[in-house]
Design a protein around this ligand. Structure first.
Ligand SMILES: [Zn+2]
Length: 329
């Protein structure tokens, strides 16, 4: 998830009960809105594609060593560098806290200090769980897009949800079969439900995370169709980052999408935003998987059909792109 600025509602003053509720709400908002105190202690610096990550640990793990944890940080950063061609911010502060059950959980990314991620994992987390983790990559991807108004939160989460497995495939950390298996399984959660009013007005979990990811998927395919598969969402997102649009910057969503469109020589992002922002606009995912040549067998396994009309688009989405190759148009 990504930190949002919260604004308190000060109208609740007339009755004692409401005052109590307002105070309680304020406490909750203050707790959510401000980053927890930075972890104390010395930092270990991880250098990755020209940027530095200062990692601090709070608490001790039983099943994994500090070296294992630093390898996990390096792997997540490498996936992000692979996708974007650079790390999104020059310097990141990363606090890793040991708490809760085994596994990685509770990641939050903040713009403070040029980029700050706070993430937790259980003391009994295993190396296998670190190797399979997606959450730290998801958080680091949040660094690569400007902060937009609250009602557009879906674009921030959608990019992280959509890009995370692609970045890991491009970095050789995940197979395309496993990635598409999970995407085909999970993407329907982004479809609009009965009372949907469009992405800007339906802040449910499904529409925020998977509705945003569906926007990215449709945009990626359309950009590739319109550019003879020479450009993709990756080039648009690299263009936004190259124009300075990282998490420390507050941008209008239209500006971010226009900068992304300029990088691909299309108007796909602006057009799709106008389609999806104020109305349900469901996507025929079954037809899209068929066009992309992604077939799901009865046992759930994924087969690719290389003769499908958009098979080349599907292959290009997960193909590793050179660091400087972006915005050819
Ligand atoms: Zn997130």
């Amino acid at each position: 998830m990504r930190f949002r600025n919260a604004r308190s509602n000060s109208r609740l003053r007339h009755r004692l009960l409401l005052v109590v509720l307002a105070v309680a709400a304020f406490v909750v908002i203050a707790w959510v809105a401000y980053p927890p105190g930075y972890a104390a202690g010395p930092a270990t610096t991880v250098n990755i594609c020209g940027s530095s990550i200062d990692v601090r640990f709070e608490g001790e793990t039983n099943g994994v060593s500090r070296a294992d944890l630093l390898e996990w940080v390096h792997r997540a950063a490498d996936a992000v560098c692979t996708y974007y061609g650079k790390f999104p911010v020059p310097h990141l502060r990363l606090d890793v806290r040991v708490r809760g059950g085994a596994g990685v959980h509770g990641g939050v990314t903040y713009p403070e200090g040029g980029g700050y991620i706070n993430i937790s994992l259980g003391a009994d987390t295993t190396v296998a769980q670190l190797n399979d983790d997606w959450m730290l990559t998801h958080e680091m991807i949040h660094l690569a897009f400007p902060s937009v108004a609250r009602k557009h939160h879906w674009i921030e989460e959608g990019i992280s949800v959509y890009v995370e497995p692609i970045a890991r495939v491009q970095a050789g950390q995940l197979s395309p079969e496993r990635m598409w298996h999970d995407v085909v399984r999970d993407m329907p959660q982004g479809e609009p439900e009965g009372d949907d009013k469009g992405l800007d007005h339906t802040p449910t979990w499904g529409r925020t995370y998977w509705g945003g990811a569906m926007f990215c998927l449709v945009a990626d395919v359309r950009i590739r169709q319109q550019t003879h598969n020479q450009e993709g969402l990756q080039d648009a997102l690299r263009g936004i980052l190259a124009a300075g649009g990282n998490i420390t910057q507050d941008w209008d969503i239209e500006r971010a999408l226009a900068v992304g469109d300029k990088a691909t020589g299309t108007t796909v992002l602006a057009d799709l935003y106008h389609e999806m922002r104020d109305q349900p606009d469901p996507v025929d995912l079954a037809a899209l998987w068929k066009q992309l040549g992604i077939e799901r067998a009865a046992n759930g396994s994924i087969q690719f059909d290389s003769s499908a009309p958009l098979a080349d688009v599907r292959a290009a989405i997960t193909r590793r792109e050179a660091a400087g190759q972006s915005g050819q148009h």
